[in-house]
Design a protein around this ligand. Sequence first.
Ligand code: NAG
Length: 439
Amino acid sequence: MAGPVGRRGTNASQSIRGSRIAVAIVIGVLLGCIFAVLYPHGLFSDISNPTSHFRSRRLSKSNPKIESTSCESPEEVSKLKSEMTDLSNKNDELKKQVRDLTVKLQASEQKNGQSDSDQQIVPVSTPPKPGPFGTVKGTTINPTILPDPTINPRLAKILEKLTTQKEVIVALANSNVKSMLEVSVSSIKKAGIPNYLVVALDDGIVDFCKENDVAFYKRDPDEGIDSVAKSGGNHAVSGLKFRILREFLQLGYSVLLSDVDIVYIQNPFNFIYRDADVESMSDGHDNFTAYGYNDVFDEPSMGWARYAHTMRIWVYNSGFFYLRPTIPAIELLDRVAERLSKPPPAWDQAVFNEELFFPSHPGYVGLYASKRTMDRYMFMNSKVMFKEVRKDENLKKLKPVIVHVNYHPDKLPRMKAVFEFYFNGKQDALEPFPDGSDW
Ligand SMILES: *[C@@H]1O[C@H](CO)[C@@H](O)[C@H](O)[C@H]1NC(C)=O
């Protein structure tokens, strides 16, 4: 369908172009007749006129052949000749470049027809020169966006009042998680962290924040979001955060997204590297699983080639991550929110990681975001806490930044125990719990 219609369009425009050309020729001929009558000796015949002299000098520079025929010495002639050769070489080079670029352009236009890569931004800069071997480094630090306070002036004011640092911890909460929020907020106060903001999803949380002097933000009513916020299950509410966080980034703030099942022991902003679009805590339980490893897959029937190497890493935890206000970070939020808003139903943490890690391949353009895994002892998950750290005399002396009770369903008692252990020196507070849950 599109083919024939398109061609018909081209035919029509060609015939219009043809008639325009004819009109232009007629006008040209008429003008020629008029000038022939008015200026029988030509337009530029007055040699004493300095501007016309200047014009001919300029002309001669770009076209050395004309001048060499008049009155130059032999050296000058040969110099001009070599200049001309250089120029014509350069011209050939440029022509070749144009050809190459046209080919590339056509190829990319063709590709755009089949894929969704047409939205990509092409950076314009001078080509970098690589330094000596071993000294070159790509950058992970993408430019921050231009902040736009008009997208949410009320939130912009709240943030301005809360912090001058342009970074903020954001926790979403509805009344279902109030008791955990309470422990989390006490730890925030003990650790002396000022820039913490609760996104209150219902009035119960608004009241809690007012009573406890916690900065909060209640969104303007929004049909689609509000029904999920009030009655939504755990995973549905988790999906909301990707939509809500976008505004913080658009306002120019870096955001440390925090679930409420987290105990703060130190100020995380003293431990963030800020060199990546996404900096996240890991679900891994040792260096391999947290930071990545080469997992060898064995298929004995392949004989000599029985071993296939695979790249593995335990997922980033979508309950505690830091985003810089950059285009790739915003794109990540959009991609995750988009996928969670459509069937099939998916777990936000799985989607978050798939968008972050799957590379481009035929039919798919991957996300180009830079990422950093947080230190697994500083930003500790509850598996590391209960399986390893509490049993090791040296590790027990460590002072983590946070402990995230993500691996255990009895979150509240474990959070309280972590709080007692780190803030009140209760050495046996962590003992009563099994390593994993008893189901
Ligand atoms: C684990 O990683 C940390 C940080 O890179 C490193 O300091 C430590 O030595 C590693 N531990 C082991 C057992 O490899």
